[in-house]
Design a protein around this ligand. Structure first.
Ligand SMILES: *[C@@H]1O[C@H](CO)[C@@H](O)[C@H](O)[C@H]1NC(C)=O
Ligand SMILES: *[C@@H]1O[C@H](CO)[C@@H](O)[C@H](O)[C@H]1NC(C)=O
Ligand SMILES: *[C@@H]1O[C@H](CO)[C@@H](O)[C@H](O)[C@H]1NC(C)=O
Ligand SMILES: *[C@@H]1O[C@H](CO)[C@@H](O)[C@H](O)[C@H]1NC(C)=O
Ligand SMILES: *[C@@H]1O[C@H](CO)[C@@H](O)[C@H](O)[C@H]1NC(C)=O
Ligand SMILES: *[C@@H]1O[C@H](CO)[C@@H](O)[C@H](O)[C@H]1NC(C)=O
Ligand SMILES: *[C@@H]1O[C@H](CO)[C@@H](O)[C@H](O)[C@H]1NC(C)=O
Ligand SMILES: *[C@@H]1O[C@H](CO)[C@@H](O)[C@H](O)[C@H]1NC(C)=O
Ligand SMILES: *[C@@H]1O[C@H](CO)[C@@H](O)[C@H](O)[C@H]1NC(C)=O
Ligand SMILES: *[C@@H]1O[C@H](CO)[C@@H](O)[C@H](O)[C@H]1NC(C)=O
Ligand SMILES: *[C@@H]1O[C@H](CO)[C@@H](O)[C@H](O)[C@H]1NC(C)=O
Ligand SMILES: *[C@@H]1O[C@H](CO)[C@@H](O)[C@H](O)[C@H]1NC(C)=O
Length: 707
């Protein structure tokens, strides 16, 4: 990114502003500001309380609140700036202010509240936003530029506005539970790349072919509704409090995401994928497929769904909510009546708009009541609709969720297990295979795509589905399926123009420093040995456990010491300051098993994300699911139990024996099984403890960052 340029008789370093993700407009400049010279973040006192009311969120942070989050993020770059209100930029400061919104236009030429300008000179940095949200995206640019410039930011100014207003991802949190902190960390990851929408799918059931089952089995299939309310009106709808979001938790997720400019857009799905409602009230189901609501005039379905929405609408802090309405295969007219009834109800109750999945395109024939034109359609597949001809040309707004970018987690007959990143670089038939943008619904046939500046295209949201349910993956595998996809899509959703080569190198530079999350469960370490406890010479009972790795991850224990120098594990525990390590790793527990007191439930090591168990075979436990090997540990034998996380696989190995892989067995639509790899984090926090279910000795615990 640097070039030498002759300037008079001296050689000056001319830097080109690095690109960033999304890419920013570039220009050559002379000189650069060292981020270490920055001592303060100054919020323009005229606008400190200003919020952006144009976005989807109803809880927009003030400029001051965004400034506080930014100041906090700067600490990750070892920059201790103070944040205060002021009137202008001063040397060594980043000044946050608002400008003229008409300077920031989206791809259709409309004002966008998300644009910002950045000006960097020897006298500091000025971020001017079309709104407080625009300023926030500007702070992401400063953060990224500092990382890409090794701590310095090139002088110069730029104007940057997203082309499309809806940029984000959809997570199927219905057929797989994700804890609140996972959702919050995902928002932080998305926000770093300026995505503003996290669509969370909150109700669904396993299998797309419920009709192959008997009524009895259907009523017992995995189906979930993820919100937990004590309201009598929905008593019995949700039977699984441990895998639900309470109102308090859902509020926390929405607020934490909003704090980084991301709106949580909730989806409660009906009248298809609605088995959970039928399990609650069996009379609502269609006889031949209980996952579909009966919408005929004598059915209670509409009033029940209105009750569900009335209960939960007060929870939601977005201007739009999603009612699903996907893959309904019964009566079209009934479906349209249902969608309009829900739209009217949700508007009347909470003044919110609705969004649906593209399912039954409008038909302009008599006797056919189309869905309201003010319902937004989320297109996902051309076999359902043609977004240009069916919707745009009939004045519907459309969100692009074409399945080009679908992920079905772990296994699928049709989709990839990771986002198809290469399509973002070559998936545009309108430019002969150039960069893809949200107006491109069809990556093969250009005549199916509107013009680039079509105002009815809202943007793009890429979806991840958990068709094979809760035990096909652990939480973080959803992140890994998106790890490259989020930044690749975010660039083009914004209107950026990174090439594949630029993208890879920029992402690798930025990735380790993305604030507000540690989804990779990385642990900083001076050497490839992250943790090393040995209980031999020099170890005395009751003393702190010294980590010999040099990282100082010292532990604590109340276990006593044996004559051979090991720790005697018997109703006592060893704890480390660490919690979890993601791919790659090798965790080695040197131990001896004396007795297996609870042969179906003995806990060797617990951690934030997983537990290593003996059930009695070697088992990893995560999110309520057991992943068992066939091998067990012999009694009274000192051995090294190695747990190895290598890429998207996890193995166990005793001493230098052969590796045995942890796998999942997935039920595929009730027809057959598929085996798939599991990528489970290493549990690191505690060995032993009350009711560990075993006794024995521990000689050492080691963690390495490679496999
Ligand atoms: C990318 O877009 C920017 C404007 O945003 C433009 O300055 C630059 O030339 C473009 N780069 C390429 C390779 O098209
Ligand atoms: C950061 O700055 C604040 C206020 O200027 C000061 O109180 C604090 O000690 C500083 N922290 C570090 C780690 O330098
Ligand atoms: C700000 O700093 C620049 C270079 O560091 C210097 O040239 C300039 O005089 C300073 N301005 C003020 C007002 O201190
Ligand atoms: C980055 O900056 C640090 C000091 O700030 C310096 O030691 C290091 O060599 C620089 N790295 C590169 C790649 O320029
Ligand atoms: C949406 O369209 C329907 C049907 O035209 C209409 O009754 C309703 O008032 C509209 N809602 C809004 C918010 O404009
Ligand atoms: C769409 O809008 C255009 C322009 O307002 C109008 O001429 C046309 O009739 C509308 N089409 C439909 C199906 O409402
Ligand atoms: C596992 O990783 C390999 C190698 O990167 C990749 O080819 C494969 O698609 C991945 N499988 C899943 C299920 O993610
Ligand atoms: C762990 O520490 C012990 C004792 O200090 C040392 O002998 C051993 O080599 C270390 N192991 C690793 C992997 O660093
Ligand atoms: C919730 O509890 C049920 C019943 O104990 C259990 O089967 C399920 O795995 C738990 N879910 C999670 C995510 O832990
Ligand atoms: C495993 O093999 C390595 C070298 O291949 C050796 O250093 C180590 O002692 C062996 N460990 C055991 C427990 O046999
Ligand atoms: C996962 O769940 C399916 C049922 O959907 C079951 O058949 C399979 O055995 C489970 N796999 C594991 C590893 O628990
Ligand atoms: C396993 O043991 C732990 C610790 O006593 C206990 O919390 C848990 O409920 C037990 N699980 C089962 C399935 O028995």
């Amino acid at each position: 990114m640097y070039g030498l340029v002759r300037f008079g008789c001296s050689l000056l370093l001319a830097s080109v502003q690095a690109r960033g993700i999304p890419s920013i407009p570039t220009r050559s400049t002379y000189g650069q500001l060292q981020l270490s010279e920055i001592h303060s973040v100054i919020v323009d006192s005229r606008y400190a309380e200003s919020v952006n009311t144009n976005g989807e969120t109803l809880i927009p942070p003030t400029l001051q609140e965004f400034a506080d989050t930014f100041t906090q993020d700067l600490k990750d770059l070892h920059l201790n700036a103070s944040c205060y209100a002021g009137a202008s930029v001063t040397n060594g400061s980043i000044f946050l202010t608002l400008g003229d919104p008409s300077d920031y236009l989206d791809v259709a030429g409309r004002q966008s509240a998300e644009g910002y300008s950045l000006s960097v000179s020897s006298s500091g940095i000025v971020i001017t936003g079309a709104s407080s949200l625009g300023v926030w995206w500007g702070t992401r640019t400063v953060f990224q530029q500092a990382l890409l410039g090794n701590g310095s930011i090139p002088y110069g100014s730029l104007n940057d506005t997203p082309g499309w207003g809806t940029r984000g991802m959809m997570l199927d949190a219905a057929r797989h539970y994700y804890p609140p902190d996972f959702l919050i960390e995902m928002c932080a990851y998305m926000s770093f790349f300026k995505q503003n929408t996290f669509h969370v799918h909150l109700s669904d059931n396993l299998y797309n072919n419920v009709n192959i089952y008997s009524r009895e089995r259907s009523l017992d299939l995995y189906a979930r509704f993820r919100l937990w309310s004590d309201d009598e009106a929905v008593a019995g709808l949700n039977k699984y409090k441990n895998e639900s979001y309470t109102r308090e938790q859902f509020d926390e997720v929405q607020s934490a995401c909003a704090a980084r400019g991301v709106t949580v857009l909730p989806e409660i799905e009906a009248p298809g994928h609605a088995l959970v409602f039928v399990q609650w009230k069996p009379e609502l189901g269609l006889e031949d497929d209980l996952s579909l609501l009966n919408l005929s005039s004598h059915s209670e379905s509409i009033s029940v769904m209105k009750t569900v929405w009335s209960t939960f609408l007060p929870w939601f802090h977005s201007k739009t909510v999603h009612i699903g309405a996907d893959e309904y295969t019964a009566e079209v007219n009934d479906y349209n009546v249902f969608v309009n009834a829900m739209a009217d109800h949700i508007r009347a109750e909470a003044n919110k708009s609705i969004r649906i999945w593209g399912t039954f395109p409008p038909k302009y024939t008599t006797g056919y009541a189309n869905i309201h034109q003010n319902v937004t359609v989320q297109h996902w597949e051309f076999f359902e609709d043609n977004p240009l001809y069916d919707y745009i040309q009939n004045n519907y707004t459309v969100l692009n969720s074409d399945d080009t970018y679908y992920v079905v987690n772990k296994w699928s007959g049709s989709y990839q297990p990771q986002v198809n990143v290469s399509a973002t670089f070559i998936g545009n038939p309108n430019t002969g295979g150039g960069l893809w943008y949200p107006y491109v619904f069809d990556t093969r046939n250009s005549s199916n795509n509107p013009v680039r500046n079509e105002p009815l295209v809202l943007g793009e949201v890429a979806a991840l589905w958990n068709d094979y349910g809760p035990n096909a993956t652990v939480y973080s595998e959803a992140f890994h399926a998106w790890r490259q996809g989020i930044p690749a899509l975010a660039d083009k959703q914004w209107g950026g123009n990174l090439t594949a080569t630029e993208f890879e190198s920029i992402l690798e530079t930025l990735r380790p420093f993305i604030p507000g999350q540690n989804l990779e469960r990385a642990i900083s370490s001076k050497t490839p040995t992250i943790l090393n406890y040995t209980f031999g010479i020099g170890y005395a009972s009751g003393s702190a456990l010294i980590d010999a790795s040099g990282n100082g991850y010292n532990g604590a224990t109340d276990c006593s010491r044996t004559e051979t120098g090991s720790l005697l594990l018997d109703s006592c525990a060893l704890t480390t300051p660490l919690h979890s390590k993601g791919r790659d790793y090798t965790l080695t527990l040197s131990m001896l098993l004396s007795s297996l007191d609870n042969p179906t439930n003995a806990t060797l090591i617990t951690g934030r994300d997983s537990t290593l168990m003996l059930t009695p075979s070697i088992t990893l436990f995560q999110g309520g699911n057991y992943y068992r090997l066939t091998t067990s540990l012999p009694l009274e034998q000192r051995l090294d139990l190695n747990i190895i996380g290598r890429g998207n696989q996890t193995f166990a190995k005793i001493n230098n024996g052969t590796e045995e892989e942890f796998l999942t067995k997935m039920g595929i639509n009730g027809e057959r099984f598929e085996w798939g790899p599991m990528a489970i984090e290493a549990p690191l926090h505690q060995i032993g403890g009350d009711n560990a279910g075993w006794t024995g000795e521990v000689y050492g615990l080691r963690l390495k960052s490679f496999a």
